[in-house]
Design a protein. Structure first.
Length: 173
């Protein structure tokens, strides 16, 4: 919701937001379910994958273990989500250039090998945050095709699942 808090507390369980965007002249309502990335919430969060049109997997570019866990989260998504769910890989905290341990090329090549889009973001300075939601919405729209809105209505609902990848000990996304 266009705010950044230095003392952000990690998601516990699930957080929910509704965001309305304009895409190709249409109003689209995004239902964003932000699920906890910690291991202890895995059984709770997997149930939210089932109805999602798109899932954004977020890892911390300053935390190698966070990136290493991406593969495991993608396996969970393949196991519980719809077969054709759109996925987007996002490396967050790209503003922390001196602390960065996962370089752009490594993550981009990984995403490319899976055929999913990739972006680096910074929640702190809002780099690519909006773009990540626009990218996901555009990918879903492309998959669903031109006649996907109910009765040709001007508004459509899209459910996006956001899964921050965290190490089992917790920590900030």
């Amino acid at each position: 919701d266009d705010t950044y808090t230095e003392s952000y507390i990690s998601t516990i369980g699930v957080d929910f937001k509704i965001r309305t965007i304009e895409l190709d002249g249409k109003t689209i309502k995004l239902q964003i379910w932000d699920t906890a990335g910690q291991e202890r919430f895995r059984t709770i969060t997997s149930s939210y994958y089932r109805g999602a049109h798109g899932i954004i997997v977020v890892y911390d570019v300053t935390d190698q273990e966070s990136f290493n866990n991406v593969k495991q989260w993608l396996q969970e998504i393949d196991r519980y989500a719809s077969e054709n769910v759109n996925k987007l890989l996002v490396g967050n905290k790209c503003d922390l250039t001196t602390k960065k341990v996962v370089d752009y090329t490594t993550a981009k090549e990984f995403a490319d090998s899976l055929g999913i889009p990739f972006l680096e973001t910074s929640a702190k300075n809002a780099t690519n945050v909006e773009q990540s939601f626009m990218t996901m919405a555009a990918e879903i729209k492309k998959r669903m095709g031109p006649g996907a809105t109910a009765g040709g209505a001007e508004k459509s609902n899209v459910k996006i699942q956001s899964t921050p990848v965290k190490q089992s000990g917790g920590g900030c996304c």
